[in-house]
Design a protein around this ligand. Structure first.
Ligand SMILES: [Mn+2]
Length: 429
């Protein structure tokens, strides 16, 4: 039996007053799409099948680079994080999996798997953490981890990743995401070539330990905490890594891990072409690795990423990239922010499904730049809200999940049960 945090009839009660307007809006959008030869139910079915993993660290307050302001009722460990994730999933029905981070989420794996199962959740990729020192750890990562000059530190970092794989096996995961903070602050601090060679050597050891059917994702990030050079700084290095490691290794694109204005959708297109697109960390940013809610700053960019994914068709299906949210910040209720991100990611997907690809290709072939651009914009401008509502509703979720969440009183309830946490783990990943 399940121990779902939101009472089942609460969602129905929240939906009841919205149902009439939703039905009318869905019918109106259906009629409009039918005029363009698009069947709304087929789009809804695809959106309904699209899931994105929640980051375990995203249900806590991440903080800024300078300070952390704890929220009320923050989860104190993985089991309370799973309960919060279950709230998101119950209401939006778009987030059936959780991506855990170790050692932040360390607990008995059998209990983790059972708890997730009883909440209707499963686990997506496990994340290793060698970007900070942990209590009881013999050697420091201050000057790097998988690329450290000292083989003993590298061995410790490799061993941690192997442990993550073991935990992942036990909780039903099938992928490991590796992001390292290794790099330098000053020219000359490390040899750029030798540091990368050492990183590749460590990653070879990790890749060799992957069980059958597993993948390892290499996540790049341009800078921070290293400000002069980062060992895995961009998709070129990530692709070199994935190619060198072989068939189980892929690249993970975190939307916020690039220089401002970089054409991320083109990177996605290139990684699909290279058959090395492994997955995403969805979020949004204005300046750097801001980890803001997906689609909150530049929804058009999110749409353009999905346009590449949908446009890739069979090539993408073969890659089956992992969809994960990576966000964590300071000023909203994290559950509400995750609900919003899941909705915006599905929105971008639904809009991308509406692109008239035959027309687009025709305009491209005829060099009709204006009509090609307008064809994309027409899909982006479509209000697919009723489709998102219907996808949630049909799966037992809420028409308006944030409103239903607020009506549930969940935050108030957990605030009373969970004393204010001092730690909880950071979110700069
Ligand atoms: Mn990330």
């Amino acid at each position: 039996m399940t121990d779902l945090p939101i009472e089942a009839d609460m969602i129905e009660r929240a939906n009841a007053p919205l149902r009439g307007a939703h039905d009318a809006d869905y019918a109106a959008l259906g009629e409009r799409l039918a005029r363009a030869g698009v069947g709304i139910d087929a789009i809804t079915a695809k959106v309904k099948a699209f899931g994105v993993a929640l980051p375990s660290w995203g249900v806590g307050t991440g903080g800024t680079r300078f300070a952390r302001f704890p929220g009320e009722g923050e989860p104190r460990g993985i089991f309370e994080k799973l309960a919060d994730c279950a709230v998101v999933q119950q209401l939006c029905r778009a987030t059936p999996t959780v991506s855990p981070h170790f050692p932040w989420d360390r607990a008995d794996p059998a209990e983790m798997r059972a708890a997730a199962g009883s909440l209707g959740l499963a686990f997506d990729a496990v994340n290793s953490n060698t970007f900070q020192d942990h209590p009881g750890q013999p050697l420091s990562y201050k000057y790097g981890s998988l690329s450290h000059a000292d083989p003993a530190v590298r061995a410790q970092a490799v061993a941690h990743n192997l442990e993550c794989i073991e935990i992942g096996r036990a909780i039903g995961s099938r992928a490991l995401t590796v992001w390292i903070a290794d790099g330098t602050n000053f020219p000359g601090q490390a040899d750029l070539g030798r540091a990368f060679e050492r990183y590749l050597g460590s990653m070879h050891e990790i890749a060799a330990a992957l069980p059958e059917g597993w993948r390892v994702f290499s996540e790049h990030k341009m800078y921070e905490p290293a400000f002069y050079s980062t060992v895995v700084q961009d998709w070129g290095t990530s692709l070199m890594t994935a190619r060198e490691l072989g068939e189980k290794a892929f690249c993970l694109v975190d939307l916020g891990h690039h220089a401002p204005n970089v054409n991320v959708e083109q990177i996605v297109a290139r990684l699909i072409r290279a058959k090395k697109l492994g997955g995403f960390h969805f979020n949004d940013s204005k300046y750097g690795d801001d980890d803001l809610d997906a689609g909150s700053i530049d929804p058009f960019r999110l749409f353009l990423v999905f346009n590449e994914l949908v446009g890739a068709g069979e090539a993408l299906a073969a890659l089956n990239p992992a969809h994960m949210i990576d966000q964590s910040h300071n000023v909203t209720d994290p559950i509400e922010s995750l609900i919003r991100s899941a909705g915006e990611i599905r929105r971008a997907y639904a809009q991308a499904l509406l692109v008239d690809r035959v027309a687009l290709e025709g305009h491209q072939d005829e060099n009709d730049a204006l009509m090609a651009s307008e064809t994309l914009k027409a899909a982006f401008r479509a209000d697919v809200g009723p489709i998102l509502e219907r996808a949630r509703l049909e799966a037992g979720g809420a028409i308006d999940p944030v409103r239903a969440y607020r009506a549930s009183g969940y935050r108030k309830k957990v605030a009373a049960e969970r004393p204010a946490a001092a730690g909880g783990g950071g979110g700069i990943v």
